[in-house]
Design a protein around this ligand. Structure first.
Ligand code: S3P
Length: 170
């Protein structure tokens, strides 16, 4: 709760499917703090799935409402917050993260293909997953790294192991 003196929310960033929500919930439980996920907030506010928002309104619209969701979530929350994989693309969203302990959960392309496979609910991976993943990682790796205070690799690790590594890194 705001004013409880626990400091700013811990923010998890990284590509889709890396485990931000699973690890974030575990981390929050271990810390006795709340967990929030901006994708969930957006779906609740819009009343439709993210894939529909992408198709109906386009990515720029999504990034705008995502920025508003991140701003709202950070203002009213001192627990653990998971962001969508593309949130760091927006400079305004990145600026919102400056005062927070941000942890980048990373994975390599092989791990990404293995984990997300044929998940059509993720609109950016609809065709040629491996090539798309390589391009996505190349475009975003620097933004994730620059936005984060710590990088925790998830390759070959269970969510519990990743949560512990995040605690160690904070
Ligand atoms: C996106 C990642 C998704 C979701 C949207 C766009 C991206 O979030 O915000 O589909 O651009 O990488 P997750 O990382 O929670 O899957």
């Amino acid at each position: 709760e705001p004013g409880s003196g626990r400091g700013p929310a811990i923010v998890l960033i990284g590509p889709m499917g890396v485990g931000k929500s699973t690890v974030g919930a575990l981390l929050a439980e271990r810390l006795g703090r709340g967990f929030r996920d901006t994708d969930d907030d957006i779906v609740a506010a819009e009343g439709r799935p993210i894939s529909d928002i992408f198709v109906d309104e386009g990515e720029p619209y999504f990034r705008e409402i995502e920025k508003a969701a991140v701003r709202t979530a950070l203002a009213g929350h001192d627990g653990v917050l998971a962001l969508g994989g593309g949130a760091v693309l927006d400079p305004g969203t990145r600026a919102l993260l400056a005062a927070h302990p941000v942890v980048y959960l990373s994975m390599d392309v092989d791990e990404a293909v293995k984990r997300t496979g044929l998940n059509v609910a993720r609109p950016l991976l609809a065709v040629n997953p491996r090539r798309q993943w390589r391009e996505l990682m190349e475009q975003r790796r620097r933004l994730y790294t620059e936005s984060a205070r710590a990088v925790v690799t998830t390759d070959g690790r269970s969510p519990e192991e990743v949560a512990q590594a995040v605690l160690d890194a904070l």
